[in-house]
Design a protein around this ligand. Structure first.
Ligand SMILES: *[C@@H]1O[C@H](CO)[C@@H](O)[C@H](O)[C@H]1NC(C)=O
Ligand SMILES: *[C@@H]1O[C@H](CO)[C@@H](O)[C@H](O)[C@H]1NC(C)=O
Ligand SMILES: *[C@@H]1O[C@H](CO)[C@@H](O)[C@H](O)[C@H]1NC(C)=O
Ligand SMILES: *[C@@H]1O[C@H](CO)[C@@H](O)[C@H](O)[C@H]1NC(C)=O
Length: 366
């Protein structure tokens, strides 16, 4: 009797132990699943944060640390917004910090939130801002290889790689994509200060448009000084200069883009309206491309593609603003010309691509 009882008890205890193990295993397993789903949730919301919260508010302490107290060694230059410094944030991001003297304002934060929502591969990203110590600061991603202006007009040290026609077409295309993106928003975002020195390039020559909307930001903050700029800036639509009104529009951006193309193709600074008008006349009256195109493009180009780009350029700088093309059309045209130039100059043989030296290939003298 007692043996049977003992066996039954033993069986029950054994059963309990097994049951206990199973319960513990289930609890551990559930916990683990909770934890992993928690962590995946937190990592995905971490990625969404920067977008939903707009620009980051950085402290002056962080920026002092990043720019070594805004030391001369970190000074890059003077922009429309103010002095520009290069900096290194604690998380390893290299930034360009722009600062100017001004008391803090709520409008500034709103503008910065709006501008930082404009995100595209061909725009310099606005990362954050800071308002402390009587200063307003904008923090942008740092683009390492300088401006298109420095590449075209700078000394050879600043210039980096030599810009051949295909490089220039690729820069023009990326830049057009950036502007076209801005204009495609509703309501359209107007750049207002588009020029060759505001197009930066990275190590791979990918162009990034800088300073989007800064004149508008300054304007809304009550900073004047725009009229002096428009009086003396060949990138500004001459219509606006004549009327002395600052009605920036998508058409005035297209005009500025046309002047950018003039500089990109000719390699020379557009110093005055007269220069632009002259340039367009030269192109329309003569077929002598070598007098118009930058003779530093030593690997040549087809006159076909060059002429089409020149035609597009003169269309963009049409004095009648309503007759200028839209940026999306400009973008599509440059893309087409770029593809055409690649296929005209490259013939795929069975082994290697070769450059044709056929009649359509134009070579610069020198
Ligand atoms: C920046 O300024 C602070 C306070 O004035 C000082 O303690 C710090 O050493 C400075 N940092 C550098 C890199 O100069
Ligand atoms: C970028 O800058 C580096 C360093 O100055 C230079 O070696 C490189 O050729 C440049 N790249 C381009 C695309 O200009
Ligand atoms: C801008 O104006 C100044 C004088 O106000 C003049 O010396 C300079 O040549 C002008 N620049 C251009 C590009 O016209
Ligand atoms: C800006 O407005 C003036 C007059 O209001 C007009 O003459 C001019 O054409 C406009 N400019 C542009 C680029 O639309």
């Amino acid at each position: 009797m007692s043996r049977l009882l003992a066996e039954a008890l033993g069986g029950a205890v054994g059963g309990l132990i097994v049951l206990g193990i199973v319960i513990v295993a289930i609890v551990l397993c559930l916990r683990h699943r909770r934890r992993t789903s928690d962590s995946s949730e937190s990592s995905s919301s971490g990625q969404a944060l920067p977008e939903s919260q707009g620009a980051r508010c950085l402290t002056l302490e962080e920026l002092n640390l990043a720019t070594r107290n805004f030391s001369n060694a970190n000074f890059i230059g003077q922009g429309m917004f103010g002095e520009v410094y290069k900096g290194l944030l604690q998380d390893g991001t290299i930034v360009a910090v722009k600062r100017r003297h001004s008391p803090p304002s709520q409008e500034f934060v709103q503008e910065v939130n709006y501008l930082s929502s404009l995100q595209h591969r061909n725009l310099v990203k606005l990362l954050g801002y800071c308002q402390e110590n009587g200063m307003q600061m904008l923090v942008y991603e740092y683009i390492p290889n300088g401006s298109v202006s420095a590449h075209l007009h700078g000394n050879s040290h600043a210039a980096g790689v030599r810009l051949e026609f295909k490089h220039r077409l690729s820069i023009a295309h990326g830049t057009a994509k950036g502007l076209s993106y801005l204009h495609s928003l509703s309501p359209p975002a107007i750049h207002m200060n588009f020029k060759t020195s505001n197009v930066l390039v990275d190590e791979d020559l990918v162009p990034k448009v800088a300073d989007t909307g800064i004149p508008g930001l300054l304007d809304r903050l009550g900073v004047t000084g725009l009229s002096s700029r428009t009086a003396n800036d060949s990138f500004v639509d001459p219509r606006m200069r004549e009327s002395m009104s600052l009605n920036f529009s998508i058409q005035s951006d297209v005009y500025s883009f046309g002047v950018f193309l003039v500089e990109l193709v000719s390699g020379r600074r557009a110093v005055s309206d007269q220069h632009i008008i002259q340039w367009v006349q030269n192109f329309e009256e003569s077929s002598d491309i070598s007098a118009i195109a930058d003779n530093r493009m030593t690997s040549g180009f087809t006159s076909e593609s060059m002429k089409e780009l020149l035609r597009l350029t003169s269309w963009c700088v049409n004095p009648m603003s309503e007759q200028r093309p839209s940026m999306s059309l400009v973008e599509a045209e440059i893309h087409r010309i770029h593809e055409q130039e690649i296929s005209l100059t490259t013939v795929m043989t069975e082994h290697t691509p070769i450059v044709t030296l056929g009649s359509q290939l134009f070579r610069t003298s020198r």
